[in-house]
Design a protein around this ligand. Sequence first.
Ligand SMILES: [Zn+2]
Length: 69
Amino acid sequence: MPTWTLDQIAGLVFGGLMLLAVLSARQVDQSVARAQRRQLGLCEECGGVFDPKSCQIKDCPSKKASQAP
Ligand SMILES: [Zn+2]
């Protein structure tokens, strides 16, 4: 068993916290982008930017818009 020094443990904990911070910031970014798209009436996945046919979401607003007469 390797003996861990306090410095090593602190570094490990700090690294884990940094990773968590980066991951949660990314999720916040995504949820904010989705909320904005929802407010604008755009698809949450493609945002109406990409080709609606390539969107994976079934009830994509962009698909409906392109199918409308
Ligand atoms: Zn879409």
